[in-house]
Design a protein around this ligand. Structure first.
Ligand code: C6P
Length: 413
């Protein structure tokens, strides 16, 4: 049953009114946006922040002494402080801006990885990783003669933790693990994974691309060595990523990209490098989008992360129950701990056909392998249909999805 609006933990209609795109129509129908794991929509405050920057104080940062440069620098650095607080990092020096989770993981692979992984060493990932947490490690392993080990996933879509523990050894240099699976919604027991890895002396990277928007993130409590996420999955702009790293590890790592900003002194004989975090931020960064990202974090904080999580869980439970009533529908990923992502397949129907027919009804879902092809291979399926919910989705939109699916199934049979 749909809970009455007044007892919901958040005011969904008020939240929806802050997202202008939610008022549009697609193919003559009201947009039902259920592709939030791919990217979330942006509140007006984020859109305004971009316009205000370009119309009011566009300048390069950290270089100029003029007013515009100082204003832009202050706004850019304010986002760093907001991110630090959002994930409870010990210091702002440990927050590095990148282009996204993908670049954050690659940064670690190219710097820490090349300095610390040698022939015969082992890197552990899981069968539910996104390609961006597989390919950089494959490249590194090929280059170094290291070995990539994979934690299997069980029928429910949970990691086989006993196998993980048996894979750990003194050869393990790194465990790189997804916090929340984009394809299944599984919330992994990262604290337990990190504790076990640290006992063998391994370093741990947590891919927080999907978790940061849904879960309370405290990198100190988690004790991860690296944490990566993307602003665009947090109601912020595209083209901004975060890499958190423990200070001593970041300081010990070789540099990544060379150029302006990341240096202290340059001569043809010798170059010395800047302090953290600038050591890893070469060139002119994505100033406007970083500045606007703070407004997304402010929006989440003002709404209340715990309340959002509670509401998203209600959507997950309602959606899971409603979808289960559709004959021939099988949910892929039934982990005990899940974020608001529901992946499913339908008997005798290709996910892509369903995606097109839903789009004709104004409903946006993602279909395919979700950049997790090895996981699809585990389930022996080409892909799934994925509905992923955000704080602005409603129970009525889930009803629209169910009605849309029934209509699509009828058309295809
Ligand atoms: N997943 C999805 O539809 P980027 O593209 O760098 O912002 O994030 C990459 C990434 C890394 N890890 C996980 C767990 C992810 O889900 C993603 C992005 C999107 O599921 C686009 S493929």
């Amino acid at each position: 049953m749909i809970p009455a609006e007044q007892i919901l933990p958040i005011d969904v209609q008020h939240i929806r009114s802050a997202f202008p795109i939610l008022g549009r129509q697609v193919k003559g129908k009201p947009l039902v946006y259920l592709d939030n794991a791919a990217t979330t929509q942006k509140p007006q405050a984020v859109i305004d922040a971009l316009t205000n920057y370009y119309s009011g104080y566009n300048a390069n940062i950290h270089r100029g002494i003029h007013t515009l440069a100082e204003e832009a620098t202050a706004a850019y650095e304010a986002t760093r402080d907001a991110v630090k607080d959002f994930i409870n990092a010990p210091s702002r020096e440990e927050i590095i801006f990148t282009r996204g989770t993908t670049e954050s993981i690659n940064l670690v692979a190219y710097t820490w990885g090349r300095a610390n992984v040698q022939q015969g060493d082992e890197i552990i990932i899981s069968a539910m990783e996104h390609h961006s947490n597989i390919v950089p490690w494959q490249i590194l392993c090929e280059e170094k003669g290291a070995v990539l080990k994979v934690i299997p996933v069980n029928e429910l879509g949970e990691l086989e933790m006993d196998v993980y523990l048996s894979l750990l050894s003194e050869k393990t240099k790194l465990v790189s693990i997804v916090h929340v699976s984009n394809a299944l919604g599984t919330i992994n027991p990262v604290r337990q994974i990190i504790d076990a890895a640290h006992k063998t002396g391994a370093v741990v990277l947590v891919d927080g691309a999907q978790s940061t928007v849904h879960l309370h993130i405290d990198v100190q409590e988690m004790d991860c060595d690296f944490f990566a996420c993307s602003a665009h999955k947090l109601y912020g702009p595209t083209g901004v990523g975060i890499l958190y790293g423990k200070k001593d590890i970041l300081e010990s790592m070789p540099v990544f990209l060379g150029g302006g900003e990341m240096i202290k002194e340059v001569s043809f004989d010798k170059t010395t490098y800047n302090e953290l975090p600038y050591k890893y931020e070469a060139g002119t960064p994505n100033i406007a989008d970083v500045i606007a990202f703070k407004y997304a974090l402010d929006f989440i904080n003002a709404t209340g992360k715990a309340a959002i999580a509670q509401y998203e869980h209600q959507l997950l439970e309602y959606g899971t129950g409603q979808l289960a009533n559709i004959p021939g529908l099988h949910i892929i990923g039934r982990a005990r701990h899940k974020a608001s992502v529901i992946s499913f397949v339908l008997d005798k129907v290709h996910p892509q056909d369903i995606g097109i027919l839903l789009d004709n009804q104004g409903i946006a879902v993602r279909t395919g392998h979700h950049c997790a092809q090895p996981l699809m291979d585990c389930y022996k399926i080409p892909g799934t249909i994925r509905a992923s919910f955000a704080m602005y989705n409603t129970f009525h939109e889930i009803d629209a999805l169910v009605a849309g699916l029934n209509k699509a199934i009828k058309m295809l049979s």
